[in-house]
Design a protein around this ligand. Structure first.
Ligand code: ATP
Length: 356
């Protein structure tokens, strides 16, 4: 009953009379009242007004397999979604579950990772209840050399999902990070597992900073979260509105604020998977990045700007000119020669800082 009442309130987005709920579900007023109270105890904010009924004002932030599944618009991913309240690394879990016989595409998510992995043995901070950690396990029938391109496919998907769900316009820092206002909000780690010369699985891990308001000392200068960026964005909009002093514009800002206050990790995780499915389909048709190269470059931080390539074989500087259809970074040197940079061992920086 509780679930049905919740669905009715969610779908209506306005007051629904107690009588309508009784008639629809064939239950008594007391049963409706009990279900509403039970939802309130779970953290749902439900307003009740005499002669109008009940209205869902706010939902608690529930990050769970059920909520992720509810927000997915695709049947592509196998059910059930696997969810852990706490784990070491979703990439490790996902690999293990596929080895144990779970079917790909498999989605494994966690509310907290205590040993999240970055590239080249580095760590990824995913604090409890404020971050998204998920891994997508695939068994693509592609040559191993093509697997690293899936990092860039996921980067475009995450960028698009963040825009769709939060309205924030993020950029992609080649090859595997998503940045907002020049700071990292998401990292992607793709790991390939081989059986002789064939791919047994590709695991694409995604960590997104959602609710953090502060970061550990070592990363605080170059890390940000959806929550921090949204508040700055709203502040900027409000300041702009105040200076314009137009009532109409002010109320528009208020609406936006109200909308973006309700973003959940389940929604954002599901949107990343939905967006990935579309991009992945295109990738499988061409087996390269020709279908998303243009959009990747449009969102690329540092595009046509000076960059420093931190290559263990020797650092060098140049101008970032985009990517190849295989996902390498194109860097123009002083003499006009274009170098292709492979992601493997390399990090890229702006000349003066992390991005610029
Ligand atoms: P770089 O960002 O230096 O180019 P990278 O892309 O190889 O390197 P990743 O492997 O994606 O980096 O991420 C690991 C690094 O990201 C860590 O070494 C740390 O500096 C930073 N980091 C770790 N956790 C977070 C987080 N939650 N948010 C932002 N940055 C983080």
């Amino acid at each position: 009953m509780k679930e049905q009442i919740l669905t009715a309130l969610r779908e209506n987005n306005d007051y629904v009379s107690g009588q309508t709920l009784c008639d629809t579900y064939g239950v008594s007023r007391t049963a409706v009242w009990k279900a509403v109270n039970s939802l309130r105890n779970e953290g749902y904010e439900i307003d009740s007004v005499q002669n109008r009924g009940y209205k869902l004002i706010n939902s608690p932030e529930i990050y769970s397999a059920g909520e992720i599944e509810k927000n997915l618009h695709t049947d592509w991913i196998n059910r059930p979604v696997i969810f852990y309240p706490e784990t070491g690394s979703t990439n490790i879990d996902c690999k293990k579950l596929l080895e144990e016989g779970k079917n790909a595409p498999l989605l494994v998510a966690a509310a907290n990772q205590n040993a999240g992995k970055g590239r080249r043995g580095r760590g990824w901070e995913s604090p409890r209840d404020t971050s998204i950690s998920f891994s997508l396990g695939l068994k693509p029938d592609i040559e191993p050399i093509k697997a690293p391109m899936l990092t860039l496919v996921m980067a475009v998907a995450v960028r698009d999902a963040i825009a769709e769900i939060t309205g924030l316009q993020a950029q992609i820092k080649w090859p595997n990070d998503i940045v907002i206002s020049g700071k990292k909000v998401c990292g992607i780690l793709t790991e390939m597992n081989l059986e002789e010369t064939y791919i047994s699985s590709v695991i694409i891990g995604v960590g997104i900073n959602v609710g953090q308001t502060s970061f550990p000392e070592e990363i605080k200068d170059r890390a940000t979260s959806i929550c921090l960026e949204r508040s700055w964005q709203m502040k900027k909009e409000t300041d702009k509105e105040v200076s314009k002093k137009t009532t109409a514009a002010k109320s528009e800002t208020k609406d936006k604020t109200a909308d973006s206050g309700n973003i959940t990790r389940s929604e954002l995780t599901a949107a990343c998977v939905d967006c990935f499915e579309k991009e992945y389909e295109t990738f499988l048709q061409t087996l390269d990045l020709s279908g998303l190269k243009e959009r990747y470059e449009q969102s690329m931080a540092g595009m046509n700007k000076p960059v420093r390539v931190l290559d263990p074989k020797g650092e060098f500087e140049g101008i970032a000119r985009g990517i190849t259809t295989d996902g390498q970074l194109l860097v123009e040197r002083d003499d006009g020669k274009i170098d292709k940079v492979y992601a493997g061992e390399v990090s890229v920086r702006g000349i003066y800082g992390y991005i610029d």
